[in-house]
Write a protein that binds this ligand. Structure first.
Ligand code: G3I
Length: 381
């Protein structure tokens, strides 16, 4: 066949393929109905561009990992990347668990949020307090330890982790300041009391240097994420200071644990109030993700249909994320009801099983599952 004939045949084939509607799987897959009925959150994520995620731990059973793959396109490490889990001494860092978790997430093509580099409240490095007490210059020693942790850990996974929770819950657990004293509810923020607020900027700059492509987030435990709520306003002010100082912060995580209540002051009461708050963060130049959403069912025990009431709370949050352009992801904090941290946490274990998630203990979708789908579909691509 001459060269001219071959070229013609090739052009004809290209023209034909262009005229034939794509028969890829995606084209065959029906679009989700607005109700979300029958749609996985993975498909909803594909149709909306909003990541749908869950917490991931190496302790998950094979069935739970199958649930992750079937229902989500993103994961957050629940505990593996915390300082206490990685460094049992000031001199050692054990990457075995995090290597396994990163490898699995990449193998399954799940966007990975690594949580978290610095968190003063729980699972901080158990040896840190003694290490600083013994140091002639505690501030210099802490700067050195933070630089070593951030540079080594972020650098090891350069190009493999899409998002880092660089700082977790820097603000006081209740109110607008910082935890400056040890109390029964929380230890002091040893990073803040030793270095001042500058530890936040330092950690972000070190992380950016270690992996210029990763998205760097500050993740906060807000209660009622609303303009006018003191802690919410303090977070807005903190982010504004960081942006003004040209700190490389790309995003803010709003955890959204409905742990103490499902309306103000413990949780956003309306879609509109949460959307306005996300918009306010977006105006500062950061993306926003709902990062640890769960809704304790016992909080709704007085409702005629608690599972329907739980679904309504979930839909409220998902709708706010869909309506606020800055919102790029929604993660629930666990796969099955039987996974939830709430059933072993001292303040909530008394009401176990708390059944806070989207899949029941057998992996069956609850009303809340479709409610999240319907809420997110409010932003159809
Ligand atoms: O790994 C040890 C294990 O060796 C030991 O046998 C067992 C019993 O003592 O404890 C295991 O560690 C537990 C760890 O979860 C792993 O299961 C810790 O005691 C326990 O405190 C830890 O709880 C985690 C909690 O953070 C505290 O760090 C929860 O799983 C996790 O879901 C929860 O997640 C946090 C986010 O990171 C930040 N936002 C709030 C959220 C809820 O507290």
């Amino acid at each position: 066949m001459s060269c001219r004939t071959t070229t013609f045949a090739l052009l004809a084939a290209l023209a034909l393929s262009a005229a034939t509607p794509a028969t890829s799987v995606a084209a065959k897959q029906k679009r989700c109905p607005a109700s979300g009925a029958g749609c996985s959150l993975k498909q909803v994520a594909a149709e909306t561009g909003i990541f749908a995620g869950t917490a991931l731990s190496n302790e998950m059973t094979a069935a739970e990992k199958a649930d992750v793959i079937a229902n989500f396109n993103a994961v957050t490490s629940e505990n593996a990347f915390k300082w206490s889990e990685m460094s049992k001494t000031a001199e050692t860092t054990d990457f075995a668990t995090t290597d396994r978790l990163v490898a699995w997430a990449r193998w399954k093509k799940l966007r990975l949020r690594a949580h978290t580099l610095l968190w003063h409240r729980i699972q901080n490095a158990p040896w840190l307090k003694a290490e600083l007490a013994a140091a002639p210059d505690p501030a210099a020693r802490l700067r050195e330890l933070i630089a070593e942790r951030v540079t080594k850990v972020v650098g090891r996974y350069r190009g493999k982790i899409e998002v880092w929770d660089v700082i977790n819950e820097p603000l006081a657990i209740f109110g607008a300041g910082y935890d400056t004293e040890d109390t029964a509810v929380t230890p002091k923020n040893i990073f803040y009391t030793t270095l001042g607020e500058g530890y936040i900027a330092d950690a972000f700059r070190l992380a950016r240097k270690a992996d210029p492509k990763a998205k760097l987030f500050l993740n906060e435990l807000l209660w009622d994420s609303r303009i006018g709520d003191p802690k919410s306003d303090a977070l807005l002010a903190l982010v504004a200071r960081l942006k003004k100082a040209r700190v490389p912060i790309d995003g803010v995580g709003i955890q959204a644990h409905a742990m103490l209540g499902t309306s103000s002051p413990w949780f956003p009461s309306t879609t509109a109030s949460l959307k306005s708050y996300i918009d306010a963060l977006g105006k500062l130049g950061v993306k926003v993700e709902i990062t640890e959403l769960d809704v304790r069912l016992p909080l709704l025990a007085d409702q005629p249909n608690p599972l329907a009431a739980q679904a309504a709370v979930y839909r409220r949050v998902a709708s706010a994320c869909a309506q606020a352009r800055a919102c790029t992801g929604l993660t629930v904090w666990g796969v099955r009801d039987s996974d939830s941290w709430l059933d072993s946490y001292s303040l909530t274990s008394a009401t176990a099983p708390n059944k806070p998630l989207l899949l029941d203990a057998s992996g069956k979708r609850k009303l809340a599952y479709q409610a999240v789908a319907a809420g997110l579909l409010g932003r159809r691509r």
